[in-house]
Design a protein around this ligand. Structure first.
Ligand code: NAD
Length: 321
């Protein structure tokens, strides 16, 4: 059995590696070669933590396994990231445990890859201004991956606590792009692409604040009850997702579905756009919305890359198990 510790991931796996792996697995999901098993996610009644499992199997790559972990909201006080996770990969032919891989950085990279893929396939090609809502741990990964997808000339950002926006400003500065902290009205009025990455349980962005042609990547809602944008905004948009079952149960689309404004059949898997079986954005004025819920197959895909690279670079720990 191979162990790839968390400390090795940063030097092994790049954002570009993750982009390729996630694009491939989304395509496999849409062609029904890969599927996710039902998610287990529980409030454990300790440390305000949400803990669970995400698992699946990709018949094309033979990635089989699970990510176990969750969200510990007070970890920041202890110098730890709020998301803690570990990926376990199993040999699809024998069921033996093949690898244990640190999943914290990989989670951020695979989540950022998902929104970046949605921008690649759904945002207008002339998008110039990127709007960021949320400035927590994930936000800088989201921003970096998004900036690679279009020739963005400016980043505008909003966070409930504006003091945290400095981390987004720093990333924009590294790329030589101006950053401005704005209110939500200005953010919606200026941005061509908007990423939401918060842990909000109430809508932040209203339908009236978003202009025609915008692409939204809603990445924060991954649990029942969370919500980042107004239900009417989801209902009016052309909605894409990583996985439809998750989108209507735990994703941003859960509220529009519950209100009877949207059904599962109105939502398209982004993999269908990658595969070419759905055209994606049809008009320049359409609002497209990617409901990124985060699926186990993403974790297995990037962990598999980490194992491959760790073995080839000689940093994998081989354990006789
Ligand atoms: P974090 O705790 O570091 O940051 C949370 C962000 O949400 C901060 O910007 C904070 O100011 C903001 N926020 C908190 N409460 C809010 C409220 N009531 N209204 C508006 N903003 C609020 O968390 P993170 O690691 O950056 O993760 C952000 C979100 O992304 C979480 O909800 C997490 O569960 C989700 N997430 C989704 C995926 C996925 O695949 N879709 C993957 C990882 C994380």
């Amino acid at each position: 059995m191979i162990i790839v510790p968390e400390r090795e991931i940063a030097d092994l796996v790049s954002a570009a590696d993750c982009f390729v792996a996630i694009e491939r697995v989304f395509a496999s999901m849409a062609s029904k070669s890969a599927y996710n098993f039902p998610v287990v996610r529980e409030a454990i009644g300790h440390a305000d933590a949400l803990y669970g499992f995400k698992s699946g199997f990709d018949r094309e790559s033979l990635a089989l396994g699970l990510k176990s972990g969750g969200f510990w909201p007070r970890n920041g006080e202890r110098g730890l990231t709020n998301h803690q996770s570990t990926v376990f990969l199993f040999d699809a032919d024998s069921g033996r445990c093949r690898a244990v891989v640190g999943g914290n950085l990989l989670t951020a990279l695979r989540t950022a890859a998902a929104s970046a893929i949605s921008i690649k396939y759904l945002a207008r090609s002339d998008a110039k201004i990127l709007g960021m809502i949320g400035a927590g741990h994930q936000s800088t990964f989201q921003l970096k991956a998004a900036l690679d997808q279009r020739a963005f000339e400016k980043v505008v950002g909003w966070n409930i606590d504006p003091g945290a926006l400095g981390r987004l400003a720093a990333v924009a500065a590294e790329r030589g792009i101006p950053f401005e902290a704005v209110d939500l009205d200005r953010l919606g009025a200026e941005a061509d692409v908007i990423i939401t990455i918060t842990s909000s349980f109430a809508p932040i962005l209203k339908a009236s604040q978003v202009r025609p042609g915008t692409h939204l990547a809603c990445m924060g809602t991954d649990t029942r009850g969370k919500q980042e944008v107004e239900t009417e905004l989801v209902a009016a948009a052309t909605v894409f997702t990583d996985e439809i079952a998750q989108s209507v149960e735990i994703g941003e689309a859960q509220h529009a579905r519950a209100a009877g404004l949207l059904s599962a059949s109105d939502i398209t898997e982004i993999g269908s756009v990658i595969n070419g079986s759905h055209p994606g954005r049809r008009t320049a004025d359409e609002v497209t919305l990617f409901d990124g819920t985060g699926v186990g197959l993403q974790d297995l895909a990037v962990a598999s890359v980490a194992v491959e690279l760790a073995v080839s670079k000689g940093v994998a720990i081989d354990v006789n198990f």
